[in-house]
Design a protein around this ligand. Structure first.
Ligand code: DP6
Length: 402
């Protein structure tokens, strides 16, 4: 249990990862509890490249609950934030009434200050709500000494957040109950299971902010028959196939299913009325480039997936990263002053053969991709022990604001 300092303030800091689904969650059967219409499966990305850090402070001197996101104070009264706070406090109270004395020193009636930052630009359009809610729930749980199944709480912040409560390969079972108790995330395999797997995030320059996932999936559930068919008849089989591809480290099966599932998700968006378009011209060119590249080699070496925006996430194996990054650079030449086009794990420069270039029937698109993040699967949330890394000071206020 964290201890109250001499300033009568208790501080806990944790970090949590982003996850990228290979079998997509799209559609809720209960919007308040965030219960999905289908199960889903994702890979948790390594926190060295993408993570949220959250500090929670508790003190009897705080007058109200407050939250700062990326340096700016935000609205603590958002219903989803309130659900997470209420649920964790309820679990803490339950623990205490069940006789756990270790949490007694921490006043459950004390207000909290929450401060959260991402180590990646929010403007990049990478799903940050999953890491954000996972981190909030994990940090609050550590503060109050709550253990056990927390994905059910994170789910109530943002559906995909429940999968960020674990590292490696994670499934979110949709569950059957109306109270959501069985709609939880579960690790399929740890990150160490498939060390060669790599993830390249191609950050596509976008001119407009797309429709948010919450609003988008609401309209899809109301209007798309294809979505219903997907949830009832396609996803159950795909979950089984995907789990077995992962267990066997069968990249061809994993990659093909990943691409098909991304395509079907975007097809349900087109089937939504009015239709939702998340992919742009650059996304379409990336899809084409990947298929030409795989066709050239006669097997699936790289696979794309797209969420509610134009960025591509590429899954591949370590041995293909150098060449594929060169392919991306060739067809999406970066700006001349370049800046840092490649972030994350290192990539070695290689030269592309003429055969590969001519096999890819795609028009080069200068500056279509802003930058690439090279990463891999990683662990779930963890606590930061070093006190100097708290985002809130001894006065309970952010050390840095914008
Ligand atoms: C396309 O979890 O952001 O990324 O539950 O309404 O917060 P809410 O939605 P959210 O939806 C994510 C949708 C997706 C697919 C996925 O991550 O499975």
């Amino acid at each position: 249990m964290p201890e109250e300092s001499r300033h009568n303030i208790t501080l806990v800091t944790c970090t949590a990862p982003v996850n990228i689904a290979v079998i997509k969650y799209w559609g809720k059967r209960d919007e308040d509890l965030i219960l999905p219409i289908n199960s889903s499966l994702s890979v948790t990305l390594h926190q060295d490249q993408l993570k949220t850090t959250t500090t929670v402070a508790s003190s009897r001197h705080f007058k109200e609950d407050r939250i700062w996101l990326n340096g700016k104070e935000d609205n603590i009264n958002q219903p989803r934030l309130q659900s997470c706070l209420r649920e964790i406090r309820r679990l803490a109270r339950k623990r205490r009434s069940d006789g756990d004395v270790s949490t007694e020193s921490l006043g459950l009636s004390h207000k909290v200050h929450i401060c959260s930052v991402n180590n990646f630009p929010t403007a990049a359009g990478l799903a940050s709500s999953a890491a954000g809610y996972a981190c909030l729930v994990y940090t609050l749980a550590r503060l109050y000494g709550v253990e056990g199944e927390l994905s059910e709480v994170a789910r109530q912040g943002s559906g995909s957040a429940c999968r960020s409560m674990y590292g490696g390969f994670v499934q979110w079972r949709m569950g059957e109950r109306t109270d959501g108790k069985d709609s939880v995330a579960e690790q399929v395999e740890a990150e160490s299971h498939w060390p060669e797997l790599r993830v390249l995030i191609l950050v596509v320059s976008a001119e407009r902010k797309p429709v948010g996932s919450t609003a988008g999936m609401h309209t899809s559930v109301e209007t798309s028959l294809l979505l219903k068919h997907r949830a009832d008849s396609v996803v159950p089989g795909r979950m089984t196939e995907m789990i077995s591809a992962i267990r066997q480290r069968d990249f061809a099966a994993f990659g093909e299913l990943t691409m098909k599932d991304s395509n079907q998700f975007h097809a349900t968006c087109l089937d939504t009325y009015p239709p939702i378009f998340y992919l742009n011209d650059v996304s379409h060119r990336i899809i084409r480039m990947v298929h030409c590249y795989n066709a050239h080699y006669g097997h699936t070496r790289v696979a794309y997936t797209f969420d509610a925006g134009p960025n591509a996430v590429i899954y591949t194996l370590e041995e293909h990263v150098d060449e594929f990054v060169q392919v991306v650079k060739h067809f999406f030449p970066p700006e001349n002053n370049g800046g840092q086009f490649l972030k994350g794990l290192s990539v070695s420069p290689v030269s592309l053969s003429e055969e590969v270039k001519t096999a890819i029937a795609v028009e080069p698109t200068p500056k279509g991709i802003s930058y690439i993040i090279n990463t891999k699967a990683g662990p779930g949330p963890c606590m930061v022990e070093e006190p100097s890394l708290h985002l809130l000071g001894a006065d309970g206020l952010p050390k840095q604001t914008v």
